[in-house]
Design a protein around this ligand. Structure first.
Ligand SMILES: *[C@@H]1O[C@H](CO)[C@@H](O)[C@H](O)[C@H]1NC(C)=O
Ligand SMILES: *[C@@H]1O[C@H](CO)[C@@H](O)[C@H](O)[C@H]1NC(C)=O
Ligand SMILES: *[C@@H]1O[C@H](CO)[C@@H](O)[C@H](O)[C@H]1NC(C)=O
Ligand SMILES: *[C@@H]1O[C@H](CO)[C@@H](O)[C@H](O)[C@H]1NC(C)=O
Ligand SMILES: *[C@@H]1O[C@H](CO)[C@@H](O)[C@H](O)[C@H]1NC(C)=O
Ligand SMILES: *[C@@H]1O[C@H](CO)[C@@H](O)[C@H](O)[C@H]1NC(C)=O
Length: 395
């Protein structure tokens, strides 16, 4: 599925109801002017030495070294590569008896276009995103022509993504109830082939997963978690197509999920396992029931409210939600608290020692500055007295 993850944030699903292929062209493109010649792997490829006259001997080189005769046959100065394979790619050059270059060609080998796998999906009611993959890797430069038609209308352009050549978008599909036929034509130097895919709009509706999913403990309720999330950014909130949601959750150690439905952007889980971290995910679906559920949102972790331990001085902690990764999911609260105490103590000790070092440094520098200052004063005093002495000397 990885190759299809090209529509933003979507893993794509579609029904391909029809697939038709008509090979349009299938011959070797030999362009005399261009330096590149394309050939089909497995076929006999003929390389022409344009200046070859009959009778006059020519020499062929591949990447600068003489072509072995086991590799190919010479015919009227032309080189024929039998049963070509990808190891025969490279720069071919044809030289006369004196070694003068007559013609140089870069040979690239691959396959002609074949049927594509097309997947279309609608992350909302206002666009259809189609993407496609090669069933056969062609190894050759490839372009795509993407069109679509619905009902008996003329075909229109499916707008291709500038950066990803295997994605196109149908903007504002006009009729949600009719079917669309998407036509993707693959073109490469060995020919072109088109693939058709028939889609029913309402079948391919699949929202992106809900976003900003969060959970918080409910104070005083060790078996409850309150959940919040938002519409996926790709699903217009103001649209007349609301979403419904499912929340699945389980204690971290557990295998089986519990599921609850929701139609709003919040819900309260009422039967979570007290004192345990839970894994929670949310997914969305068109409220009208068209299409599929979204993928699940990425997992979040949450801990329900913990009852304070009997120890009187250590209450009032861990009442808040914990959504960060924590390992001591099954350890008791008192252990967590004593760990916290240790951390505080360690922090104090390190702060104290840091302060000591700082004070010592401060004292050292103060003494240093004082000593230097004193020294300067001394010298300037000496200078002054000597100058006065000199002045008082009779010139
Ligand atoms: C390729 O050339 C070989 C030897 O000349 C011949 O036997 C074979 O039939 C040719 N293959 C094709 C596909 O033309
Ligand atoms: C060489 O070319 C001449 C005409 O230019 C032709 O009559 C002759 O048959 C050719 N010889 C070969 C071996 O192809
Ligand atoms: C093949 O030709 C191209 C273009 O002339 C050149 O850049 C490249 O280095 C050549 N490769 C080899 C292996 O000779
Ligand atoms: C010729 O050089 C190309 C790179 O330009 C390389 O990919 C190819 O494998 C070389 N062919 C041979 C037969 O060494
Ligand atoms: C699909 O598109 C190609 C290229 O635009 C075109 O040649 C072909 O006729 C189309 N096929 C159908 C069935 O519309
Ligand atoms: C999407 O829904 C269709 C039917 O509406 C179903 O056949 C298909 O398996 C679903 N795909 C996924 C990935 O759930």
């Amino acid at each position: 599925m990885t190759g299809f993850a090209s529509c933003p944030g979507i893993v794509i699903i579609t029904l391909i109801t029809s697939l038709i292929s008509i090979p349009v062209k299938a011959e070797i493109w030999t362009n005399e002017i261009s330096d590149v010649q394309y050939g089909r792997i497995g076929s006999n490829v003929t390389l022409l030495c344009s200046a070859s006259r009959n009778g006059s001997a020519v020499e062929w080189r591949l990447n600068g070294t003489r072509v072995a005769s086991s590799f190919a046959v010479l015919q009227n100065g032309n080189l024929i590569l039998t049963n070509s394979d990808s190891t025969m790619e490279g720069n071919y050059s044809c030289h006369d008896k004196k070694g003068q270059l007559l013609r140089a060609t870069a040979l690239r080998l691959g396959y002609g276009p074949a049927l594509l796998r097309i997947h279309c999906i609608a992350a909302n009611y206002y666009s259809i995103c189609c993407s496609w993959e090669q069933n056969v890797k062609t190894f050759l430069p490839t372009e795509y022509i993407s069109t679509f038609r619905h009902a008996s209308k003329a075909s229109e352009t499916c707008h291709q993504d500038f950066f990803r050549t295997n994605v196109c978008t149908i903007k504002n599909p006009k009729n949600w109830h009719s079917s669309y036929v998407v036509n993707i034509t693959e073109v490469n130097p060995l020919g072109s082939t088109f693939t058709l895919s028939r889609i029913q709009f309402l079948d391919i509706v699949k929202p992106d997963p809900p976003e900003r999913v969060s959970a918080e403990a409910v104070h005083g309720s060790p078996r409850r978690l309150r959940m919040y999330w938002e519409y996926p950014a790709t699903w217009p909130k103001e649209s007349s197509f609301p979403l419904r949601f499912q929340v699945q959750y389980k204690p971290m150690e557990s295998r089986s999920w519990s599921v609850v439905e929701a139609t709003h952007l919040t819900t309260e889980l009422t039967d979570v396992l007290a004192g345990h971290f839970h894994i929670i995910q949310v997914r969305a679906m068109d409220l009208l029931g068209n299409g599929n559920w979204s993928e699940w949102s990425t997992e979040i972790k949450a801990l329900p409210w913990l009852e304070p331990t009997p120890k009187p001085e250590e209450s009032e902690s861990s009442t808040q939600s914990h959504t960060e990764n924590t390992d001591h999911s099954s350890t008791s609260e008192s252990k967590v608290e004593s760990e916290e105490q240790y951390e505080k103590l360690a922090l104090l000790v390190s702060l104290g020692s840091l302060g000591g070092v700082f004070l010592a440094l401060l004292a050292f520098f103060t003494i240093l500055i004082w000593v230097r200052h004193k020294g300067k004063e001394e010298t300037s005093k000496q200078e002054l007295t000597s100058m006065m002495k000199m002045k008082s000397l009779p010139m």
